[in-house]
Design a protein around this ligand. Structure first.
Ligand SMILES: [Zn+2]
Ligand SMILES: [Zn+2]
Length: 127
């Protein structure tokens, strides 16, 4: 019983663009299709399953400008493809590949859980 067009979620930034995600034109077509625009810059790594972002990156994270606002691509893709997106949560890369935008590789954590996890990961790398 999950509805894609539930207007109740429209306060989430990226969901404003959900209607453009798979919009393929037809009559009166004037906007780009966000899905095509994003996937033009995604390169699948068949070994890891990562969707590697080949577009603009900041500190290793894929970034995209939508209507002059900057978004993290992995967040936008997660938000557009997953019903359980929570804007209050951090989207952590379970695959540890920060340029990956595959929602299957993202887990949502609270900010404190996320920071704890990164501290642990850092220790593991240092060890
Ligand atoms: Zn990945
Ligand atoms: Zn993380």
């Amino acid at each position: 019983m999950v509805s894609n067009q539930d207007a109740g979620h429209s306060q989430n930034l990226g969901l404003v663009y959900r209607s453009q995600w798979s919009y393929n034109g037809g009559m009166g077509r004037k906007k780009w299709n966000l899905k095509d625009r994003i996937f033009k810059y995604v390169k699948l790594d068949p070994e890891t399953g990562c969707w590697n972002w080949t577009g603009y990156k900041d500190q290793g994270y894929g970034c995209i400008y939508i209507d002059f606002k900057r978004f993290l691509v992995h967040r936008v893709v997660y938000e557009l493809l997953r019903e359980d997106f929570d804007p209050e949560l951090d989207q952590h890369h379970d695959c540890l590949n920060h340029s990956c935008v595959n929602p299957d590789h993202i887990i949502q954590l609270t900010n404190s859980e996320h920071q704890k996890l990164h501290k642990l990961l850092k220790m593991r790398i240092a060890a």
